[in-house]
Design a protein around this ligand. Structure first.
Ligand code: F6R
Length: 355
């Protein structure tokens, strides 16, 4: 038996993480820095955007969720994050549709771009290649080509920051320079604090993974932090191969709180992603909800973001969740990187289509 606690045992970690998800996570801050320099070619034509739609699935849609969360404070136009085939009825001339797919092969996203172009929307694409890159080239659409070879969900830097750039060139400014600088600094500090080298006793991500292990996580966010709560859920599912759920306050206080009374709740662990700018009422709400849930849940934990700006706050919550889900996967004895069931769904659907 190893002398190390499970998450401090380098041999165990490298024998499980056979596809290097941990290395990608360590490099995430530099991925974000590099991504900030990527631009669209050709540039976006001048346009007055009346409606912004970001289309994507799974890991590639998260950049859209972040845009929608940041837009609440900044953008005078409505933002839709579209996950699915086709396009919403509200889409047409005056819509900027950015199709984001890391692989460029996701059929839902390709179908949305095609529908949007048919309906007279302005299209732009963020991808590493595939049919989406081909379509963008054929139609002369602004294309941000990002480096290939990562797991899509771990390429969030490449999928989000170029999106910011595309929007900025359309006059839709979501962040200021100091916020981007701060976000990168915060991520760099966290990278050093949360990686496998840092022992359990001083590693917030390892400690959180240990406390969640053996339970089903239910991650709650506020209006702002819901995007991070949903990301935690999907990262737990993909990296740890474990079901997880997310909820949103204040909405959950009008339905979900009752569900925690079930004896099965002892197998669930609530995590509240706090918002430092929440007002007193929102703060009391988290406290009261936590107290009521604590009587039945397997555990209740609060997590605070870092930084002053919204960008650093959201990215710090997301980066912490990525590490927590990675360690949770290792505790459960799985390789965090590959997602064979997602691949299998895609394979079967492709085969079902072939004559
Ligand atoms: C896999 C992952 C998935 C994909 C999704 C869409 O790491 O995160 O959620 O992001 O299946 O594929 P892409 O991103 O290639 O459009």
């Amino acid at each position: 038996m190893s002398a190390h606690p499970p998450l401090d045992d380098p041999d165990r970690l490298s024998s499980l993480d056979r596809h290097g998800a941990g290395r990608i996570l360590i490099a995430f801050p530099s991925q974000c820095r590099e991504a900030l320099a990527l631009t669209a070619s050709p540039p976006l034509p001048p346009l007055a955007v009346r409606h912004l739609v970001v289309a994507g699935m799974g890991g590639s849609a998260v950049g859209g969720d972040l845009v929608a969360a940041l837009a609440r404070d900044w953008l005078p136009v409505p933002v839709t994050v579209w996950r699915g085939y086709g396009a919403p009825a509200s889409l047409g001339p005056g819509t900027l549709l950015v199709a984001v797919s890391y692989s460029g092969t996701t059929e839902e996203t390709i179908s949305t771009l095609e529908a949007a172009l048919r309906r007279g929307a302005t299209g732009a694409v963020v991808t590493s290649g595939g049919a989406l890159a081909t379509l963008a080239r054929e139609r002369g659409l602004p294309l941000v080509r990002v480096p290939a070879g990562l797991f899509p969900r771990l390429a969030l830097g490449y999928l989000f920051f170029p999106l910011l750039g595309v929007l900025e060139s359309a006059g839709l400014r979501l962040t200021r320079q100091w916020e981007r600088d701060e976000a990168l600094r915060v991520l760099e500090v966290m990278g050093a604090e949360l990686g496998p080298e840092r022992p359990e006793a001083q590693n917030e991500a390892k400690r959180l993974a240990l406390s969640l292990n053996g339970r089903i996580p239910v991650i709650y966010g506020s209006v702002l932090t819901e995007v991070a709560a949903y990301r935690w859920k999907t990262e737990v599912e993909e990296n740890a191969k474990l079901l997880a759920f997310h909820g949103r306050l204040p909405e959950a206080d009008h339905n979900e709180v009752e569900g925690w009374r079930d004896p099965l709740a002892a197998g669930f662990h609530a995590v509240f992603l706090r918002d430092p700018e929440e007002d007193e009422v929102a703060g009391s709400r988290v406290r009261v909800t936590g107290e009521l849930i604590r009587a039945h849940a397997g555990g209740v934990t609060e997590v605070w973001p870092r930084g002053q700006g919204r960008l650093a706050q959201l990215f710090s919550l997301i980066y912490l969740g990525d590490w927590v889900s990675y360690y949770l996967g290792l505790l459960r004895g799985v390789d965090p990187g590959p997602v064979p069931v997602i691949e299998e769904v895609k394979r079967r659907l492709r085969e079902g289509k072939s004559p």
